[in-house]
Write a protein that binds this ligand. Sequence first.
Ligand code: FE
Ligand code: FE
Length: 319
Amino acid sequence: MFLLQFKDTQLLESSAGQLSVSIATMRVINEFVSHPRVSDPSELLRPEVQFADKDLQAFRDYSVDESNPLKERVRLTYLHMHTNQTVEFVKDRMGHWLQFNTCKAAIMDALVRLNDLVDESDPDADIPNIVHAFQTAERIRADFPQDDWFHLTGLIHDLGKVMAFYNEPQWAVVGDTFPVGCAWADSIVYRNTSFNENPDGQDPRYNTKYGMYSARCGLENVLMSWGHDEYLYRVLTHNKCKLPEKALYMIRFHSFYPWHTGGDYDYLCSKKDLDMKQHVLTFNKYDLYTKSSKVPDIEGLKPYYQTLIDKYIPGELEW
Ligand code: FE
Ligand code: FE
């Protein structure tokens, strides 16, 4: 039973200024949101040449075009993300979410809940997030039949998006992530146009190359912009999940495109981080949205994946 009690009605009030725009783009309603619609620009719109295949090519142009609704939606999501994701904001969200007192739910129940989370980036194909979860898992399973932990990683990697059911603004749930507390790297999308109003850019503690960090300090010591990657990673470790460390890296950093694909931020990485990057990149290939993928038989697949859940992340979890 997935309990979706709205625990923090103060959220809207406490960050009302930041939420006002996401109310427009996410159609957030007051209090509990039963059918939030989020688009994850990380999976749909990529500037990197590696992803310039025919499916994604149409979306690679990051120029401003106010007559193109998809491009405008993505641009605005990043504008609000890059304006509002500050050191202070991230610490505030961690203080809220890392109490793990929002709800209790087993993995499969949380996945089923994602049925109600529709990707609104594609007006022609409303693909529920649970379909993306099973597509990702099954593509991994086809290529790595022996690595059951990897299948499960594909299945659950976006479960942190359940934050959208609790009025977390879209730009604090989805999209590419980046470190806060140090200078923003060149490979961040819209780097040159969307950070102008972020107060950390004027703060000498945060606006240098290393900012509040030191060289090679390790990503575990870096504060990432708040989103579904870090949240799920924290939920899994809090609930003592038994997935291998490389799976946790895949989950925690799959949206950190400026690092794993953009080639920036290695100067904050430990040797282990750099070794783990290859696993994040391997995962990433299976995460990218493919419109032409057929919809898997979710009901038929559930028993297999339930055995993996029972093995690695059993029972009811605290979220
Ligand atoms: Fe994701
Ligand atoms: Fe994904």
